[in-house]
Write a protein that binds this ligand. Structure first.
Ligand SMILES: Cc1ncc(COP(=O)(O)O)c(C=O)c1O
Length: 376
């Protein structure tokens, strides 16, 4: 049996939607499909505005610029994340300040965040890891009391919620990613959602060369002035069309993921050597990742990963700490021991295959192979 880490869920409707833009033969970029997708995302999450981008990284970059984070400012981020959460402050000359995580959600630890706030701190960018909301309500209180901007990195948690309130509605703004292993995907893509009109307008300028936007800019003879420094962070209309058909299916996809996760959990809970995900009360986990912890740590985790690989089961470590990458060690002189919880968790975690179309038979096989590893 061969089981990949993730499989993209797509159907005829996706193909039809992309084709419909192609067949128009016009407005492959800058057309009304973009507005429609933005409207659907904003409505689904429950925010007033959405601006889509060609990646989540570009979206976060634009957000920090829009919030006028400047060189020398500090931005609090986890190290237990995909590297771009930390890189984005560097893009604009600000400093990513790494804070440790807590073990319940693998998100930023609110108490540790408080300790790292300085006069230079401008923003906190917490990550909702792998489909699980972080302690965002506690982080929101801290951001409010220190007057800091809170931008949620919800790249991995589209549709996750706490007491029915969706991730992405707790902070000032939030970033989403639609890259290929996410809850819904357009191959590459991202978005910022917010309730603030000025942030929305700022994002649109930065997305498109600082140009006053007009969807008819190809058609119109009018001169559209460039009023700030901007980038080309735009999504194409074909990609947006795919986003529209993907978001239509989102609740179904989440249901399928949760059902599979539940069955996997039911099976894996018999294995004493591992810790399985156990979301907090009222936390609605969407299982973008299904991550277990191997209690004994790195050596056993790595052996399990190799063993499963030989048995045709793909697994991966999400995440190795960002502060211990070669780039961050060289640039900032970071060493092991800086973030004890992050480092411990990172040596224990192993992400197993989980996707909407994973079958019971495949889950049983994953369970049996993990059992056979520990028996040997
Ligand atoms: C936590 C996190 N932040 C940021 C990103 C960056 O998103 P993108 O790959 O769309 O640029 C990702 C996705 O890969 C992610 O998982």
């Amino acid at each position: 049996m061969k089981i990949p880490l993730f499989k993209i869920y797509w159907d005829r409707e996706d193909v039809k939607m992309v084709n419909s833009v192609i067949k128009k033969g016009a407005f492959w970029a800058g057309g009304t499909t973009i507005d429609k997708l933005e409207d659907k995302i904003a409505k689904y999450i429950g925010r007033k505005y959405c601006v889509v981008f060609n990646s989540g990284t570009a979206a976060l970059h634009a957000a920090l610029l829009t919030y006028k984070i400047k060189p020398g400012d500090e931005v609090i981020v986890p190290s237990f994340t995909f590297i771009s959460t930390a890189n984005v402050p560097l893009f604009i000359g600000a400093k990513p300040v790494f804070v440790d995580i807590e073990e319940k959600t693998f998100g930023l630890d609110p108490e540790s965040v408080k300790k790292k706030i300085t006069k230079k701190t401008k923003a906190i960018v917490p990550v909702h890891y792998g489909g699980c909301p972080c302690l965002i309500r506690e982080l929101k209180k801290i951001a409010d009391s220190y007057n800091l901007i809170l931008i949620e990195d919800a790249a991995e948690s589209f549709g996750a919620r706490i007491r029915g309130k969706k991730v992405g509605t707790f902070g000032d703004s939030a970033m989403l990613s639609f890259c290929q292993n996410k809850i819904i995907t357009t191959g590459e893509g991202g978005a910022i959602i917010t309730d603030l009109r000025n942030v929305y307008e700022g994002l649109k300028l930065i997305r498109s060369h600082g140009r006053q936007e007009d969807p008819r800019y190809i058609d119109t003879p009018e001169y559209l002035d460039h009023i700030t420094l901007g980038y080309n962070f735009r999504m194409s209309d074909m990609v947006a069309a795919l986003g529209i058909s993907q978001i239509k299916k989102v609740e179904k996809l989440i249901k399928m993921r949760r059902k599979n996760a539940e069955y996997l959990t039911q099976r894996l809970k018999a294995i004493d050597e591992i810790i399985i995900p156990s979301p907090l009360n009222n936390y609605f986990h969407v299982y973008q990742l299904y991550t277990i912890r191997v209690k004994k740590g790195k050596e056993e985790r790595d052996n399990l990963m190799k063993y499963l690989g030989k048995k045709g089961i793909s697994t991966r470590v999400y995440f190795y700490p960002v502060h211990l990458t070669r780039f961050y060690k060289r640039r900032f002189g970071y060493k092991k021991g800086k973030l004890p919880i992050t480092e411990k968790i990172s040596e224990q975690v192993l992400t197993l295959p989980l996707y909407p179309t994973l079958t019971k038979k495949e889950i049983d096989y994953i369970f049996e192979m993990i059992c056979s590893f520990f028996k040997n």
